[in-house]
Ligand binder design. Structure first.
Ligand code: SAH
Length: 480
């Protein structure tokens, strides 16, 4: 037997201060932040300060805190179960600390671990789950970084999962009186499909599934797979949503398109089976029916199937068709939106799609050819003060520009091609309805590329900010 080393700077604990009286000394912004933290834990807060900042004044008016407009005196501490000093006067902070210590009231002095009996951790909130972080006072910046990392790693609905568990605790005790069996039961729930349902916001289904599992004599529910239809954004992995990243990291099977960048495929769980389903009009690609069958097949085998698409799955992505099949076969699914190419190109080319002076509307159309001509409502498209975004529009660009001019837009009307938007090789080619098709041919535009037509294109002159590849270009210029 060895004596545990006293190697921890603090004793970690969560205090139950609900309904208890607490004191904050100080009336500035720091005091306000501490007051709010106490209020969130149910403390009845009194604030002692000659003057209050607007935030604290408002809390007083709302009746959330009691204010005593005076200077601190040691007697003020009587009855308090916690005290925080946050004044900018070191002498006052010291007096609060000394008085609190002699009365054995736990005290925290803002930014002063020496004078504090306890420190306040950085907290990640997923109520009722709370994750507290302390660096032992070594570095608040480090604590914040850690907090940001944990914030992005723990799903926002995690607290809902805890709430569900709390609600079914009595029932689970009744159904599994044996503690070990009960633990196994909860492990299955928390790591299985029921937890997935909660995290996907399908709480009703989760509730029903748990009720079924806890019904007398119920056999553990057979594993059912889910399909996640995920928008991977326009290519830059930084533009994935947190939800997309989380879903990728739990994937058993990943089916992805040619539009999805390899960097994003790399983010999927290492063990996930990766299936390239192409989806160009090319030969090697699977047909839509084959893709639908694959989704159904893997989901029925109990897998977490991620169907990853470029941009947003519901914008020219056939996402609707794929989940229609799933719905008709009663396979559960979730849709995760993505940054669509129009948003990505607009942001990264410095071209707002709407603007109070230039465009009050924006339409997304596909330039996909049917019988050699895009089928579009040209009169509606040629309306003034409107931005047109053309997906899959490079091939038909000559016809599109010609038709728009024929229906009333000026040949000088600004238009742009954004190739590989948001990526490391983004190219932006600016022109007009009269010149853009020629520019595209000369510059050998490669897919994926998006066309934006409208007065807003001119704003790029002022608003361009993204300049990938500049380092290579500079190096090449030096060589020449
Ligand atoms: N669902 C996707 C669109 C699929 S259609 C989305 O929401 O973005 C395919 C077309 O999208 C391409 O022909 C091209 O016009 C456009 N596109 C997709 N990614 C792009 C990118 N990174 N840069 C420019 N255009 C892109």
């Amino acid at each position: 037997m060895t004596i545990p080393a006293a190697d921890r700077p603090y004793f970690a604990a969560f205090l139950n201060l609900r309904g208890k009286p607490g004191l904050v000394v100080g009336g500035g912004e720091v005091a306000a932040a501490k007051t709010e933290t106490l209020l969130r834990s149910g403390v009845r807060v009194s604030v002692i300060a000659p003057q209050l900042c607007p935030r604290l004044a408002e809390l007083t008016v709302l009746g959330a805190v009691r204010h005593e407009a005076k200077r601190f005196q040691p007697g003020d501490l009587v009855g308090a179960e916690v005290v925080i000093a946050a004044t900018d006067d070191p002498a006052v902070n010291e007096a609060v600390s000394a008085a609190a210590k002699s009365l054995r009231v736990p005290v925290n002095v803002a930014d002063n671990a020496e004078l504090s009996a306890f420190i306040m951790p950085a907290v990640v909130d997923r109520v009722p789950v709370q994750i507290a972080i302390s660096t032992g006072g070594a570095s608040p910046v480090l604590a914040r970084r850690l907090r940001a990392a944990i914030e992005s790693a723990v799903p926002y609905a995690f607290g809902r999962l805890a709430a569900l568990a709390a609600r079914f605790r009595p029932a689970s005790k009744q159904r599994h009186p044996d503690a070990m069996a009960r633990r196994r039961f909860w492990e299955r729930v928390v790591e299985g499909p029921i937890a997935d349902l909660v995290l996907a916001g399908q709480e009703q289904q989760a509730l029903e599934a748990l009720q079924r599992e806890l019904a007398p004599g119920a056999a553990p529910e057979s594993l059912k797979g889910t399909v996640y239809l995920v928008g991977g954004g326009p290519g830059n992995p930084e533009l994935l949503t947190l939800r997309a990243l989380r879903v990728l990291q739990h994937a058993d099977v990943l089916l992805y398109d040619n539009l999805v960048s390899p960097a994003i495929v790399d983010l999927a769980r290492r063990e996930a089976e990766r299936v390239y389903v192409g989806k160009k009009a090319a030969d090697h690609a699977l047909s839509q029916d084959q893709i639908n069958d694959l989704l159904v097949h893997h989901a029925r085998a109990g897998k977490r199937v991620v169907r990853l698409k470029g941009g947003d799955p519901f914008i020219f992505g056939r996402g609707g068709e794929e989940i229609e099949t799933l719905a008709s076969r009663r396979i559960s699914f979730e849709v995760v939106p993505g940054v669509t190419a129009a948003s990505g190109a607009s942001a990264y080319a410095g071209i707002p799609l709407t603007h109070r002076d230039y465009a009050h509307a924006c339409v997304f159309v596909t330039g996909h050819l049917q019988d050699g001509e895009p089928e579009l409502d040209w009169d509606a498209l040629a309306a003034p003060r409107q931005t047109i975004v053309v997906y899959m529009g490079v091939r038909a660009l000559p016809q599109i520009c010609r038709r728009l001019v024929a229906h009333g837009l000026a040949p000088e009307h600004p238009a742009v091609i954004v190739q590989g938007a948001t990526g490391e090789r983004q190219r932006v080619l600016t022109g007009t309805l009269a010149t853009l098709a020629e520019i595209a041919a000369r510059e050998k535009v490669k897919p994926p590329a998006l066309v934006i037509i409208g007065e807003v294109v001119r704003l790029r002159e002022k608003l361009a900010w993204y300049s990938p590849g500049a380092v290579e270009q500079a190096a090449a210029a030096q060589r020449d």
